[in-house]
Write a protein that binds this ligand. Structure first.
Ligand SMILES: NC(=O)c1ccc[n+]([C@@H]2O[C@H](COP(=O)([O-])OP(=O)(O)OC[C@H]3O[C@@H](n4cnc5c(N)ncnc54)[C@H](OP(=O)(O)O)[C@@H]3O)[C@@H](O)[C@H]2O)c1
Length: 496
């Protein structure tokens, strides 16, 4: 753990943007106000927009007011934090900026406690990562000096296998793998971490956690929002790249992996990679057996009318980009052979919810004559957001003279049990980078494997330029084609 005598500097590239305002600075302030941020620290914000230090501090004060989990208990506390914020205008593509940054850092670090560990955060559009890394390398800023030097890269990490490999190569030209932190904020969520605790700190689940007892698994990340102002970005991405390649495959790995020897970066990453390596390759020529894509049409979300995807600003009227995807993956290993994992992500769905449903098998034989077909099999539901918690369904006798069975739910709600607000994912993850703990980050080889799994789907969809894309009504649970897709295996979607 860094102590008070280990100063650090954080440089944020693209600091005039949305991520810095909504997530990074509010998270840094929350850490500071709760006395978890190592001190002394310096934050240098870099972007092309012209701004003074004072103007940046003013904007960040507003950002914390509007988006902060923790508000300043007094203006004095804010002022103390704000004294560590600096703004350096410049183009991240321009090498001269880095010479200036180097001198600026040395100067400010000298005044604020001496040479510091350094963390560079790429919060620009991903098209700039290459230049930022190159310039950090050529200016000598990538090299660790007295302390550590680390770099954080935001998602999306590449656009396909080739671009992910190229970005990994570029990063590794100047940084060691132990200096690189590929962030997936899903892994910083309390409930995602709790998933590991549930699996590996309880004895009762492990004997059931396999093909003998689990019929199938559903992982759902549903959003009610559409593409908002990011139509042009989304046209290039789509649901598979935007959600499945990172968040959903990470969740699948946490559910499916073998117990790591310890909860440390290398063993956890190794186990996650083994899961991806065991995923049965999707057949390019039979893509419909593995994947469904769709786009939202007009409809009603939370009571208000909304336009369809093709009518959104920045979206082509004949766009073929998917706003919904359902996938079926099989894991060819001893534990999971023939257990389908269904992954589903979509925009403009009926409810904002991320959850994992572990559906257990039916009882082998029913002794209760009134229920020859049995009752709903047990299900373990892990709610990631909202209403974070766990629920387990059980069959129970309905009170009355007959022996009638019903389903009851054991429900644990995080908020009710522990009270208070959980820290934001970015708080946890920023602190982990500072502490040098990469357990909750994506390793380079994991990212490449993840793209490899999706590659046949991306290629098949790109190749098919004529068959109609299914449309689902905004505010629904997706297209009928997705219901038919899972029904083929005798299952149905669990809609949150
Ligand atoms: N926003 C989120 O909640 C979120 C969530 C997860 C991941 N991410 C990822 O985090 C990164 C940053 O997200 P963001 O939403 O903050 O992005 P953003 O607002 O689009 O961009 C951040 C900043 O980058 C600078 N920039 C944009 N184009 C540039 C160019 N061509 N050359 C030089 N600088 C340029 C802009 O600052 P100047 O014009 O002042 O230079 C802009 O304010 C992205 O990779 C995004 O995918 C964001």
């Amino acid at each position: 753990m860094p102590s008070a005598d280990e100063p650090f500097s954080l440089v944020i590239f693209g600091a005039s943007g949305d991520l810095t305002r909504r997530k990074l600075v509010p998270a840094l302030f929350a850490l500071y106000a709760t006395r978890t941020l190592p001190e002394p620290f310096t934050i240098v914000a870099v972007a092309r927009t012209e701004m003074s230090h004072e103007e940046f501090r003013r904007r960040m004060r507003e950002a914390v007011r509007d988006h902060g989990r923790v508000q300043p208990p007094s203006e004095y506390v804010w002022e103390r934090f704000a004294q560590a914020l600096y703004y350096l205008p410049g183009d991240p593509k321009d090498l001269a900026l880095y010479t200036e940054l180097k001198a600026f850092l040395s100067d400010v670090e000298q005044r604020r406690g001496g040479p510091a560990n350094r963390l560079f955060y790429c919060a620009t559009p991903p098209s700039l990562y290459d230049d930022i890394v190159e310039n950090l390398g050529n200016s000598g800023l990538a090299q660790s000096r007295n302390g550590w030097t680390r770099i954080v890269v935001e998602k999306p990490f590449g656009h396909d296998v080739e671009s992910a490999r190229a970005l990994n190569r570029q990063l590794r030209r100047y940084f060691g793998e132990d200096q690189i932190y590929r962030i997936d904020h899903y892994l910083g969520k309390e409930t995602v971490q709790n998933l590991l605790v549930l699996r590996f700190a309880n004895q009762i689940f492990e004997p059931l956690w396999n093909r003998n007892h689990v019929a199938h698994v559903q992982i759902t990340v549903a959003e009610t929002i559409g593409v908002e102002t990011r139509g042009a970005y989304y046209e290039e991405a789509g649901a598979l790249r935007d959600m499945v390649q990172n968040h959903l495959l990470q969740l699948l790995c946490l559910i499916a992996m073998e117990p790591p020897v310890t909860f440390d970066a290398a063993p956890v990453h190794d186990e996650k990679n083994k899961v991806l390596a065991a995923i049965h390759p999707v057949a390019l020529d039979h893509i419909d057996e593995a994947a469904v894509r769709a786009q939202y049409g007009p409809g009603f979300v939370e009571g208000r009318p909304v336009v369809g995807y093709r009518q959104e600003k920045g979206v082509a009227p004949d766009s073929r980009t998917e706003t919904y995807v359902a996938l079926k993956l099989l894991i060819d290993n001893w534990r999971w052979a023939s257990v389908p994992f269904y992954l589903r992500a979509g925009k403009r769905l009926a409810k904002r919810a991320s959850e994992i449903a572990i559906q257990f098998r039916r009882t082998p034989h029913m002794i209760f004559r009134r229920h020859p077909d049995g009752v709903e099999p047990n299900m373990l539901l892990i709610r990631i957001q909202p209403d974070e918690g766990l629920a387990l369904t059980l069959a129970a006798k309905v009170p009355g003279p007959d022996l009638k069975l019903g389903v009851v739910k054991l429900d644990f709600k995080y908020g009710e049990v522990f009270g208070g607000q959980s820290p934001e994912a970015y708080e946890r993850l920023l602190l982990d980078v500072i502490h040098g703990d990469a357990t909750l980050f994506a390793r380079g080889d994991w990212v490449e494997l993840a793209w490899q799994i999706l590659d046949p789907v991306l290629r098949a969809w790109a190749r098919d330029t004529t068959s109609p894309i299914p449309v689902y009504e905004a505010g629904s649970w997706g297209p009928p084609e997705a219901d038919a897709f899972i029904a083929r295996d005798g299952f149905r979607w669990r809609n949150p």
